[in-house]
Design a protein around this ligand. Structure first.
Ligand SMILES: [Zn+2]
Length: 113
């Protein structure tokens, strides 16, 4: 399950940031994931709960913001959402498309006390 290793490295960053900011308990973590990173929010939530047991982040709320896969056509300039399988411009059918969003995977905010 690739969510397990994501949750693991996420928590490492959370602990590092918590230590840096003098937090003894983490109450909320907000992360941003692009649909292209193929993270299943429910599994990530589950892995986060397991791995944060007996840690300062135990019981912390995990908010997952999902960003759509979005491309921009270099030929006509149109921006469009994609399902990730078909990546061609819906207007001019061109396939010179750059990725605008969808690959994100980062921690946006950490709250604690
Ligand atoms: Zn186009």
């Amino acid at each position: 399950m690739h969510e397990m290793s994501i949750a693991q490295s996420m928590l490492e960053i959370v602990f590092e940031e918590a230590a840096k900011n003098g937090l003894s308990r983490v109450t909320r973590v907000e992360i941003t994931v692009g649909k292209m990173s193929a993270v299943v929010p429910a599994s990530l939530q589950f892995c986060f709960e397991i791995l944060s047991k007996d840690s300062p982040a135990e019981g912390a709320a995990l908010d997952i913001e999902e960003l759509p896969i979005r491309g921009r056509c270099r030929t006509c300039g149109l921006e469009f959402d994609s399902d990730g399988f078909f990546f061609a411009c819906p207007a001019c059918r061109g396939n010179d498309v750059e990725l605008v969003s969808g690959q994100e995977l980062y921690i946006k905010e950490i709250e604690g006390e």
